[in-house]
Each structure stands twice: as structure tokens, then as C-alpha cells.
Design a protein. Structure first.
Length: 115
């Protein structure tokens, strides 16, 4: 079974081998400290229309940092606040951005890429 890290790194996933929860989870390179809690993993939900309000989709598809930082607080569990997202390690921001862009690609396109 492929992990989210392998998928984020560019390995094409075999849909029958991917656990949907793993697919949507990013293990943070630099954990986020929130009071007495340390966040080491973040789960991302597929952004629905409301979560994309005010976002320029081509900017999100091109992984523009500002667009990613606007969307992340809307689709993460645990919910990350703006300050936490702004202080994320760059590798973590890129991993989250890669997952978001994958969410935006139609299934038919993903299937053709896997062939």
C-alpha cells in the first residue's frame, strides 16, 4: 500500500492499493506546537465549493503559497489556524499543496496518467 508521502513525492498511486485516510494525511516534517499538544499529522478534506470561495483556482493549481495558505485552515483536521499555516515548514506547505492540487484533478485525468 502506498503512503501519502509516496504519492506526494510523485509516485502514481494504484487506486486499489491506496487507503483513502492515508491518501489524505500529511505527516509533518516539522510538527506544529499548540499549547501542550504537538500536531504531527494533518488530514486534508477534499475542498468543496465553499472552501474554495475567494481562491483563484489557477493559482492554487500552480501551488502559489498564498492560495494554499488560504485553503488549508478550511480543510484540515485538526483545524489549523492562519498563524500555524503561515509558520509551517516549507516542505510541509508543499506536501499539503501537492495534495490539494491532486484533489482538483478530475478522476478521468488521474486515470489517464496512471496508464
Amino acid at each position: 500500500m502506498q503512503t501519502a508521502e509516496q504519492i506526494t513525492a510523485g509516485a502514481a498511486p494504484d487506486p486499489s492499493q491506496v487507503n483513502p485516510v492515508e491518501l489524505n494525511t500529511v505527516t509533518l516534517q516539522q510538527p506544529i506546537k499548540r499549547g501542550d499538544t504537538t500536531i504531527t499529522k494533518v488530514q486534508l478534506r477534499v475542498p468543496l465549493g465553499g472552501a474554495l470561495r475567494g481562491i483563484v483556482l489557477p493559482e492554487l493549481m500552480h501551488m502559489q503559497a498564498d492560495a494554499i495558505m488560504l485553503v488549508l485552515p478550511r480543510i484540515t483536521t485538526p483545524t489549523l489556524v492562519k498563524q500555524e499555516v503561515e509558520n509551517m515548514h516549507p516542505a510541509d506547505l508543499v506536501a499539503c499543496g501537492a495534495m490539494i492540487t491532486r484533489f482538483l484533478v478530475p478522476d478521468s485525468v488521474m486515470e489517464s496518467l496512471q496508464q
